[in-house]
Design a protein around this ligand. Sequence first.
Ligand code: FPP
Length: 259
Amino acid sequence: MFSWLKKDAVPSSPDELVLDPNNIPAHIAIIMDGNGRWAQKRHLPRVAGHKQGMDTVKTITIAASDLGVKVLTLYAFSTENWKRPEDEVNYLMKFPVDFFDTFVPDLIKNNVRVNVMGYLDQLPKQTQKAVYDAMADTKDCTGMVLNFALNYGSRAEITTAMTDIAKEVAAGQLKPDDITDDMISQHLMTASLGEYADPDLIIRTSGEERISNFLLWQMAYSEFVFMTPHWPEFTPELLQEAVYTYQHRKRRFGGLKNK
Ligand code: FPP
């Protein structure tokens, strides 16, 4: 039994962990929780946890790319995170600047393309510039997509999509009966991810077991793995263990047969 697993049953021990290369989750989404608690445990300011968390982002990005993951979505800042103390928000807003400044060459070397989804126009100008520059600098990369959810909230995303669809109906471009699941997906912020828009595996670190307004539409058939380590102590080995657990789940998509 893996140390971090609370109740999932897995068939063998981590020593025997062998991943099936043909069943790597195409889209992994991570709720990177526990930065503050990691810092507090060490009597450090909360922002020290975020800083360490940023290094983990780098390590896990390369590990996911090496595993053959197609899309790695990371929940970096939610539409609700503005409620945090101003100092902490300001610190988090500087992250994309520092992160992309130092990491874009590695991303290009690893053929990783950056995408950022969220209400970007509400971010400080410097943050917006860092994000748009990173997307432009990596636009020709054809490997994994590193998809940051930044100033992202799923209810807001769905509300915006509904408003856009309602406007199309009001303009006579669309009939209410023509609205389909696919059409709604097309109006969400994940639309540009195409066939990989919906996460196959969602991981949340730090032992909390909730969704926090993340990808509510897209997670209809996602597998969940909740792990106890805090995000700053998350490792490529733990990522592999989550994938291993995923590979031993039976996905049925509402039907009766295995995938
Ligand atoms: C949750 O921990 C984490 C966050 C709100 C921020 C996560 C952001 C990063 C790891 C850096 C992202 C990097 C880029 C480039 C955008 P918490 O503060 O809620 O932890 P706690 O629950 O222990 O207080």
